[in-house]
Design a protein around this ligand. Structure first.
Ligand code: G6P
Length: 475
């Protein structure tokens, strides 16, 4: 996997900038390095787009204090940006994940506003911008990703006015009423408006952004465009519009078709006691994902006898995430207490009501679980896209399975043949779960067929190409 170390000044036509590199690198006490794929939707989407290209990827290797020279991984030129313990606490866990993340996800958890965190965010955004500016070829393109780096477009423009700058926000952009809370709202808007193109998951996110730019940054908007520096020699139009992200759906289908993965799916069913219905949820353990609502609905269905153990089982995989952030620690306590209670009340010897795993699963196992699951539960309270929903559809080449999907996930704009739910409406969610578990095969296959047409056609290459094409036109 490891390649040559590169010469520091080598430049590339395309430089991707994201908080995380596609791989996390950890170092043990003996100095041995281990690499694993980084968590989350951003890396799942971008990694196949860049594999084998001549692009560079600027990001953090996931371990505080680790300072690595640039290297090549799966053909991508990796430029690590170091973060100290203090940067991780203030910029990553603090401003990114305890200020912006909750604010942009409808304040499900209250955001915290601390001036030292904002200062750390500025400092670290500058470091990323400098690394990008040093690695992009003359007239090249810098593509900046996500909420951790909203100041980077403007900083790159100051350092390298010759390059094209795109920004893509993987999470929702809030409405004016919520965004206005942010003490640094103007700085954030001006940071983003440093780009030539600002992309969002949903049309609603893009229109929220344009409204904020108009009302809070004093700019004019026309259609999809925001005019900055009007009446000065620096006058420019920034396009702000939706590019719903996707994944490498053909690659997922290919894994799902492998005989050993299908055999594993059958073995999973068997190991779970061959229940009539396997319900499945897989998420980063995050309060935006609606895991508590899902558990509540499932517990009530067991209590009312509408579902029974061992006839049904809920498999919930929660991958560990942001464990140093208070709200994530509280969530973990609540989820694990609830799972324990439901299992205590409704489990049978050898047949738990819920099989809960707080672990990362290998990729083939994930796909086998998709194939084994009769009902896929995506009940996010707010989610930029939710690629799990699309992964499930891409894996179901057999047109089996039913997707229950929250209207608050970006995926709901496209996956209209799913059973769409409002996860706050527990009774509605319960009805949807029962409906999914008892759906006629004919109807389930018809719906999955329609979902698959969308997901197989609009894959991640389509997404990346549409963004790059719009960026080319925007400059
Ligand atoms: C979401 C975000 C990504 C982030 C990922 C994992 O998908 O949009 O920017 O990388 O979650 O979160 P983490 O905090 O572990 O990077």
């Amino acid at each position: 996997m490891w390649g040559e170390e590169e010469h520091l000044t080598e430049t590339r036509d395309l430089v991707v900038v994201a908080n995380r590199l596609p791989v996390d690198i950890a170092v043990d006490e003996n100095g041995r390095q281990t690499i694993r794929r980084s968590p989350g939707g951003l890396v799942s989407a971008m990694e196949p787009v860049l594999r084998g290209t001549e692009a560079a990827w600027v990001g953090w290797a996931g371990t505080p204090g680790l300072d690595l020279p640039p290297f090549t991984n799966d053909g991508v030129h990796i430029v690590p940006v170091p973060l100290s313990q203090e940067d991780v606490a203030e910029y990553y866990e603090g401003f990114s994940n305890a200020t912006i993340w909750p604010l942009y996800h409808d304040v499900i958890t209250p955001p915290e506003y601390h001036r030292e965190w904002a200062e750390a965010y500025r400092r670290v955004n500058r470091r990323f911008a400098e690394a990008a500016a040093a690695h992009v070829a003359p007239g090249g393109t810098v593509w900046v990703h996500d909420y951790q780096l909203q100041l980077v477009p403007r900083l790159v423009r100051e350092l390298r006015p010759d390059v094209r700058i795109g920004f893509f926000l993987h999470i929702p952009f809030p409405g004016l009423e919520l965004f206005s809370q942010l003490p640094w709202r103007n700085e954030m808007l001006r940071g983003l408006l440093g780009a030539d193109l600002v992309g969002f998951q949903r049309a609603g996110d893009a229109s929220n952004f344009r409204r904020c730019a108009r009302r809070l940054a004093g700019t004019h908007t026309r259609g999809l465009f925001v005019r900055v520096n009007a009446g000065t020699p620096q006058e420019r139009d920034v396009r702000a519009s939706a590019f719903p992200i996707s994944l490498d759906s053909a690659a997922i289908e290919e894994v799902a078709r492998r005989p050993e993965v299908q055999a594993r799916a059958r073995a999973i069913r068997h190991e779970l006691g061959d229940p009539a219905t396997i319900m499945y949820g897989v998420d980063r353990l995050d309060y935006t994902k609606g895991i508590r609502h899902r558990l509540k609905a499932y517990g009530e269905l067991l209590e009312e006898g509408r579902l029974e153990v061992p006839g049904s089982i809920l498999v919930q995989v929660a991958s560990p995430s942001r464990g140093n952030v208070g709200a994530y620690q509280v969530l973990r306590e609540e989820v694990e207490t609830t799972v324990g209670r439901i299992n205590g009340d409704y489990g049978k010897l050898g047949h738990p009501a819920i099989q809960y795993l707080h672990q990362n699963q290998p990729w083939e196992e994930m796909v086998a679980l998709y194939l084994a699951a009769d009902v896929m539960l995506v009940t996010a309270l707010r989610d930029g896209m939710n690629l799990v929903a699309k992964e499930y559809v891409a894996a179901r080449f057999d047109r089996g399975g039913v997707l229950v999907l929250s209207e608050f996930a970006g995926a709901a704009d496209e996956l209209k043949q799913a059973i769409i739910v409002n996860p706050h409406d527990i009774d509605g969610l319960k009805d949807a779960m029962v409906r999914a578990a008892t759906m006629e095969q004919f109807e389930a296959r018809r719906r999955m067929g329609a979902l698959r047409r969308r997901v197989m056609e609009r894959d991640v290459k389509y997404w990346a190409l549409s963004f790059m094409r719009a960026l080319g036109e925007a400059k």
